[in-house]
Design a protein around this ligand. Structure first.
Ligand SMILES: [Zn+2]
Length: 409
């Protein structure tokens, strides 16, 4: 079956009629329909389907004949089928559909794996329902405590354990799966690009270099609440003013260091139109090409915050809420991808990304690599997310080339 037919069969599942976006949340009926789609696509290809203890789906293409020599580890590809609220069609599903299409392409060319080849679809990658991104791969890799995961509530207060049980999956079994991971020799995830670097480079495919280090910091400015109509400007201790300086400093520091910094959330207390605030809290999201640059951006922003707070006689506390170090994809595997593509005349620049992926979580346990498919506008997590059919086809070709060299060679 061609990419287009597979793509078309998945497209209607979980799409909201009004927004045109996808609402494929973990352990809901839309998720069950995606799982049924996966199982059918695997069955049509005689792939052996397995749901692991954490609810991730695997479709295995076993090499023919007796089991290979010990140490013949599997080559795994795939991505995820869940979405953010009103997400696009490509983020996740492009990798899963391309994986099935790449298997079709290998078979059409008469290729046979000499080691196990699997297609995986990881559960709750976006964290749209239970708030923790890459939940399925985190559980698999032992990067989150199973008890804490079982207790995670959704917006209605339904826990992960309850949602799993209602969907027919035993929540008592979730947690690290060292045997499964030990059988995996490499994980290669194809994903739509979430930016528009490839459009500028005039290339359809990129190889992932690393996931930028990133973090979030909370800054709390404490001033003196006062009357907007009677307090003289000179007498005020208005926490909104140093906060405003921070918003501008974040943009300036990001531009100066070649990084990204965003203040996307702010709260003002008491939040009255006609009053000077008592307290303003802002959250800084910063991402950079390496830890040194990230630190430089954060240092600049915090210095500006301290100066501005002092200038306005306002108190400041600042603390990191989470900091995630860089994930560097396996250099050896990346080189193999590069030579597989180069040998077939496929030009693939090497690009970093600021977005998280299952491949980033799994990188702590197995060699991982990523392929990105051009996104002409760069828009992602939106119904406007798009990749041209020719570029999707180029992605399938690139993935098939990589899988052939890793699993059939
Ligand atoms: Zn994704």
């Amino acid at each position: 079956m061609s990419f287009a037919a597979l793509w078309g069969s998945l497209l209607p599942i979980g799409r909201d009629g009004l927004s045109g976006g996808y609402r494929r949340y973990a352990w809901t009926p839309a998720d069950a329909a995606c799982r049924a789609w996966f199982t059918q696509a695997a069955a049509e290809r005689d792939l052996r389907v397995l749901t692991d203890r954490n609810g991730n789906l695997w479709a295995w293409w076993d090499p023919p004949g007796p089991a290979g020599p010990a140490g013949s580890k599997a080559v795994v590809t795939g991505s995820h089928l869940d979405s953010v609220p009103d997400g696009g069609a490509f983020d996740g599903p492009l990798g899963v559909v391309s994986s099935f299409a790449a298997v079709d392409m290998l078979r059409a060319e008469g290729r046979v794996p000499v080691r196990p080849l699997a297609i995986a679809a990881f559960s709750e990658e976006e964290g749209a329902r239970f708030g923790v991104a890459c939940l399925g791969s985190r559980l698999l890799a032992g990067a989150i405590d199973p008890g804490a995961a079982r207790a995670l509530p959704d917006a209605e207060g339904v826990t992960l354990a309850e949602a799993m049980a209602a969907a027919g999956h035993d929540p008592d079994g979730i947690g690290p799966d060292d045997d499964l991971l030990a059988a995996v020799g490499a994980y290669v995830e194809l994903h739509i690009e979430q930016g528009r670097a490839l459009a500028d480079l005039d290339a359809a495919i990129a190889i992932g270099e690393q996931i930028w280090p990133h973090g979030r910091w909370r800054l709390e400015f404490t001033g003196r609440p006062d009357h907007a109509g009677t307090a003289a400007l000179a007498d005020r201790h208005d926490p909104m003013l140093p906060f405003a300086a921070v918003v501008l400093a974040a943009r300036e520091a990001a531009a100066a260091h070649g990084a990204l910094a965003t203040v996307g959330k702010v709260t003002a207390e008491p939040g009255a139109v006609n009053a000077v605030s008592a307290r303003v809290s802002g959250w800084l999201d910063a991402r950079g090409p390496d830890e040194r640059v990230l630190q430089a951006v954060v240092d600049d922003v915090l210095a500006a915050a301290r100066d501005a707070a002092a200038g306005h006689g306002v108190g400041l506390t600042a603390a990191a809420e989470s900091v995630t170090p860089a994930v560097r994809f396996d250099p050896g595997l990346r080189e193999r991808l590069a030579s597989s593509l180069a040998a077939r005349g496929i030009r693939a620049p090497v690009l970093p990304t600021g977005a998280g992926h299952d491949a980033g979580v799994l990188a702590a346990r197995v060699p991982t690599a990523m392929l990105f498919v051009r996104n002409p506008t760069g828009v992602s997590h939106s119904p406007a997310e798009h990749a041209e059919p020719a570029d999707c086809q180029a992605g399938v070709r690139a993935l098939a080339a990589v899988l052939e060299d890793l699993a059939c060679g």
